[in-house]
Design a binder for this molecule. Sequence first.
Ligand code: COA
Length: 172
Amino acid sequence: MTPGDLTVRDATDADLPAVVEIYNQSIPGGWSTADTAPVAVADRVEWFRKFHPARRPLWVAEIGGEIVAWVGLTSFYAGRPAYDATAEISLYVGTAHHGRGLGRFLKERMIAHCPALGVTTLLSMHFDHNAATKHLNDSLGFVALGHLTEIAVVNGVKRGLVISALRIAPAG
Ligand SMILES: CC(C)(COP(=O)(O)OP(=O)(O)OC[C@H]1O[C@@H](n2cnc3c(N)ncnc32)[C@H](O)[C@@H]1OP(=O)(O)O)[C@@H](O)C(=O)NCCC(=O)NCCS
């Protein structure tokens, strides 16, 4: 994969099924999301409508016209105003495309866009056994601020949640 093969654009309504499909691919692994069964497109409509290109973007990445990954920012703590400059990043790469540099490319691209969005604290919340996200975050300068141990049960195993943050300089 090179950036030249890839198109990154804001998601449209028509992309929601592909976005949900990629999300659902991550569930059986048991290390990415607290959902334990596939979600339906209808269940994600309200979530999808909260994205906005100028404040909380949802980008899809396409290779040859096929959506292979997505990255989005959501507001923290129900979007209360004091947290306006804080956003949570979510990144999902289709399982067939893991390990090809897509995740790093998309996360770095969203981080670079944060000043234009007014985001100066980027949060990442992931299970403590999500080695891929931990590795990626560590390499990008995220710092773990919290570790909620044994807070979830996934496939019968107690798992913890790491909350890490990247501080980003505001636009000059
Ligand atoms: C986490 C995820 C987004 C990474 O995307 P990806 O495209 O496979 O990652 P990349 O190929 O860009 O790899 C990024 C780095 O992580 C490393 N990495 C990838 N998978 C790894 C794993 N399972 N364990 C440890 N390191 C891993 C790569 O070696 C690479 O390191 P490097 O750049 O220092 O050489 C992808 O695994 C995914 O979609 N997982 C399911 C969803 C998820 O967990 N999302 C995060 C919760 S919001």
